[in-house]
Design a protein. Structure first.
Length: 74
């Protein structure tokens, strides 16, 4: 990097990581738009609540039933 532009050490020219054939991410997570995948924050989904996932009860038997003391969970 020289200033605000990326500088390619292989070709000794200014580099555009989006179109560069030599661009490589250190951890091999370079995305198609030239950004490292580790630098992007993930978005969490707010539309699914935990109550919606575990709507039905699950029957348990054997060791699990003895350990938790119940025949049904959730």
């Amino acid at each position: 990097m020289q200033g605000r532009t990326a500088w390619c050490t292989w070709t000794n020219e200014p580099c555009d990581p989006r179109n560069c054939n030599y661009a490589m991410c250190y951890k091999r997570q370079l995305l198609d738009d030239g950004v490292c995948g580790f630098s992007i924050k993930r978005r969490t989904r707010e539309d699914i609540r935990p109550e919606d996932i575990f709507r039905d009860e699950i029957k348990v038997r054997g060791k699990l039933m003895r350990k938790i003391g119940e025949k049904r969970i959730f």
